[in-house]
Design a protein around this ligand. Sequence first.
Ligand code: ATP
Ligand code: MG
Length: 332
Amino acid sequence: MTLLQVEDLKVTYETDDEPVHAVNDVSFAIEEGINYGLAGESGSGKSTVAEALLGLLPGNGTVEHGTIEFDGTDLTSLSNGELRDILWEDIAYIPQSAMDSLDPVMPTGDQIAQAIHTHRNVTDAKAQDRVRELFEIVGLDPDRTDDYPHEFSGGMRQRVTIAMALALEPDLIIADEPTTGLDVIVQDKIIDKILEIQERMDSSLLLITHEIGVIAETCDELSILYGGKVMEQGSVENVLVDPTNPYTMGLKNSFPEIETDDVDPVSIPGSPPNLNQEPNACVFRDRCPFETDACRESHPDPVDLPNRNHRSACHRVKEAAQMRRTATEPET
Ligand code: ATP
Ligand code: MG
């Protein structure tokens, strides 16, 4: 069953200057029990997608169009209050930099207890018990619930935010860069912990990260964003082992630890696209070694590749195998 279906989502930020077209006609679906990755470099629109899903866009952000269906309910039709209930009951959200946004003057355990009290009519003793239990689940010492955020390391603070997000046993966990800024060993531990909990609670996961290697290790399916557009999506094996989009080919090259078959390196020099314009040409054209006239005329629609869970938005998708073989350094 489909748990989350995002269709044609467009988000724009108003600024003093020109508007920023941060997310442009993004569609993807997460089936129940699936770990889904949302990848893409900085500024590609990953956090904007998450915030739009949860009704948490900043004041200058607007969902221009699109539907977001969670468990059969269109989230865009809900009031803020209704959305807030779903947010805690059914969807857990670990925002980007969550570990730095804990209240510095309140004991960590109390912050979690407060979240529980807001959504459950329980006694203080019950809430405290649950907090101790959650500390144990995320691998923190349950005798340290009175500690303040500054008494914990970065990795431990991130565990606190995960405990908080999990307080009500959600169906979907959305984690935005949950390991960024942590050292590699701690990163692995946090990812393992999220996976362990997610399996135990039988929830689905939407993992947002610029580290495609983390997605390769942990996810079943993914979408790759660039300039607010989905460039390629489908099962991790199909997309990452057999990329059909020059952007994915290049992205993969920056993560050499991913096993490759016949993929020649494609470097991606150049800067990110200008988001002040509607994408009226392929958003990756300026950095693409395979650009043709068609790429300057329109952004390609994603097309389904035959007989597999794999879609790609590239005018030259039919030549993917050849592009992979003959990848050449673009002029700089
Ligand atoms: P990162 O990997 O750095 O977290 P991201 O993929 O999460 O990046 P977003 O934070 O979604 O990217 O930002 C997408 C684009 O929207 C960027 O160009 C960003 O500068 C712009 N943007 C984000 N928030 C706002 C805002 N409140 N007002 C104007 N522009 C914004
Ligand atoms: Mg982000």
